[in-house]
Write a protein that binds this ligand. Structure first.
Ligand code: CUA
Length: 158
């Protein structure tokens, strides 16, 4: 009868694999630290420290520059004092701020990169340039209750 060896035993192949995996993890971590500190590469944030607003609003500045406050709530997008539709000229640069009055909603504007969560107590931000005329649908992509699928808005670019 052979005696079974007690204790921890690692196969050499297993040991080599684990060592390689740990070395790679260390390398990845070092690269992340180097990118953040050495190269100063930062992930852009869409979270602001602005105070949440109570109503949607479209504010016009000079030279086709706009500020749009989108208030998401069950179950519509207030784009301008209760309106779910706004019209702006083609070529407009719009600073879009988003917040929610109740639960978490997800705001996506079709045909653009705008995809920001609407979170109660917090204001999200992203700038969009609307070059092409057309209808840009604003939709909710976060399930937020029975009226979720009806949550829509329209940005008409002329
Ligand atoms: Cu709001 Cu889904």
């Amino acid at each position: 009868m052979t005696e079974r060896k007690q204790g921890f035993h690692l196969d050499p192949g297993e040991k080599a694999g684990l060592t390689l995996a740990l070395a790679l993890l260390g390398l990845f971590f070092a690269m992340i630290v180097y990118a953040a500190k050495g190269l100063k590469i930062d992930v852009p944030t869409c979270v602001t420290n602005l105070k949440p607003f109570e109503t949607g609003k479209l504010i016009e500045h000079a030279d086709k520059r706009y500020e749009l406050h989108i208030l998401a709530r069950m179950w519509l997008f207030d784009l301008n004092e209760g309106a779910t539709e706004i019209t702006i000229p083609a070529g407009s640069v719009v600073d879009i701020f988003v917040t929610s009055k109740d639960v978490v909603h997800g705001v996506h504007i079709h045909g653009t990169n705008f995809n920001v969560m609407a979170i109660p107590g917090s204001v999200g931000y992203m700038r969009v340039k609307f070059d092409k005329p057309g209808v840009y649908h604003v939709v909710c992509h976060e399930f937020c209750g029975v009226g979720h699928q009806a949550m829509q808005g329209k940005i008409i670019v002329q």
